[in-house]
Design a protein around this ligand. Structure first.
Ligand code: NAD
Ligand code: GDD
Length: 355
């Protein structure tokens, strides 16, 4: 099996070809820009609606545009001259966000719809869409002892309300742009991605970052306790960010995967209780657990079936959760300490109810 080293992108892509990353101020988009920069690409356009101080990473030599890509004219401007387009822009977050803000999640369909059409008209050669495991049929995810989800399990469709349906319909757009118009699209269904330079507080954070922050807070405050959403028996697999950006690159440039949704996730299944124990171990602490049973829980269990990706790419995400969580915990701890010391850290606007 291939090792997870920096591989070259498309052999056809020249180092000065324009690459557009939408959602570049966010976690995965920012890491993808860094990856392309480190590979020697010199013409990267990074776009996000957030103001620059809220971007997790700002990569030197990158063209930066702050604009709302759900507006058609902005989408047209963003893709001007782009040889490849990567759509990582969405109004999203962990369970606390997607269960409360379904309208915002659904409205992300405007981003992909405009960006894809604009890219097609601009003659973009390859278009990547970041889908989600939330596109899968939820009736297959009612037991923590899961059968891992394979690509065909999205249909018959019963996606996660709001967010999952947006992903499923946007996938379909990408599939039809290839079927009807011949545009090369790529679609990856990410399973919960974590790592440094992502959301760790404010309401959008996912379990790995939230648990890390809560453990740090418990140590700092001396409370000796942690609040866990649900009863902790829920299961998930978590993919480290470097595996995610490597996988995006591979999937986008694989001719056998054009317009074909594919899982991009780890197959290392853990319960949330096991995740908490792992973080406690990394932090060197044991906390009293308080379970908040009415908190957002999402599905009871979810894992990635990696049969297809191994077959096509001879690779699967393989960073162990322990190794990835050590890096993530240490990064969040440094952010927490910096913020406490009054130093500047990336601050995302906390989520607030619309209205
Ligand atoms: P993120 O929230 O860190 O990044 C998304 C970025 O998109 C944000 O910076 C946001 O400001 C930007 N954005 C939102 N609306 C926009 C608009 N109208 N115009 C321009 N920019 C806009 O999230 P992420 O974790 O980096 O996720 C990236 C993509 O991957 C998203 O499509 C997400 O749905 C998908 N995904 C992520 C995960 C995960 O676990 N992180 C799992 C499944 C799918
Ligand atoms: N966020 C969060 N915060 N989750 C917690 C917490 C906490 O403090 N404590 C326990 N959990 C539990 C949640 O209740 C849920 O059952 C589980 O941890 C995982 O929650 P998240 O990480 O928030 O989300 P998810 O795995 O259900 O969904 C995420 O992954 C999808 C792809 O697999 C989301 O990020 C989706 O947006 C994404 O598409």
């Amino acid at each position: 099996m291939k090792t997870n080293v920096i591989a070259s992108t498309s052999p056809d892509l020249k180092k000065n070809d324009l690459i557009l990353v939408a959602g570049a101020g966010g976690f995965i988009g920012g890491s993808l820009v860094r990856r392309f920069h480190e590979q020697g690409f010199t013409n990267i356009r990074a776009v996000d609606k957030k103001p620059l101080p809220q971007w997790y990473q700002r990569v030197p030599g990158t063209e930066v545009l702050c604009m709302d890509l759900s507006e058609n004219e902005n989408a047209i401007r963003a893709v001007e001259g782009a040889v490849e387009v990567y759509n990582l822009a969405a109004d999203m977050g962990g369970m606390g966000f997607i269960e409360r803000f379904r309208v915002e999640c659904l409205r992300s369909i405007l981003i992909n719809t405009h960006l894809l059409e604009a890219a097609y008209r601009a003659g973009t050669q390859r278009y990547f869409f970041s889908s989600s495991a939330c596109a899968y049929n939820t009736t297959l995810q009612t037991d923590p002892n899961v059968v891992a989800l394979k690509e065909s399990d999205a249909y018959p469709a019963m996606a996660e309300r709001g967010y999952g349906w947006e992903k499923l319909v946007s996938e379909m757009f990408c599939e039809e742009y290839y079927a009807e118009r011949g545009m090369k699209t790529a679609i990856a269904r990410f399973h919960n991605v974590y790592g440094p330079n992502g959301t760790w507080y404010g309401g959008r954070e996912k379990a790995p970052a939230a648990i890390s922050r809560k453990v740090i807070e418990a140590i700092d405050s001396g409370s000796g306790a942690i609040e866990i959403w649900g009863d902790g028996s829920q299961t998930r697999s978590f993919m480290y960010i470097d595996d995610c950006t490597f996988g995006i690159d591979q999937i986008t440039h694989c001719e056998d995967l054009i317009a074909t949704p594919i899982n991009l996730g780890s197959a290392e299944l853990v319960s949330i209780n096991q995740l908490v124990s792992m973080v406690e171990d990394i932090a060197g602490v044991k906390l009293e657990r308080h379970y908040k049973l009415d908190a957002p829980k999402g599905v009871a269990g979810r894992n990635s079936d990696n049969t297809f990706i191994k077959e096509v790419l001879d690779w699967e995400p393989s960073t162990t959760l322990r190794a990835g969580m050590e890096k993530t915990y240490n990064w969040i701890k440094s952010q927490y300490d910096d913020r406490k010391a009054g130093k500047r850290v990336v601050t995302e606007a906390p989520v607030a109810l619309p209205g």
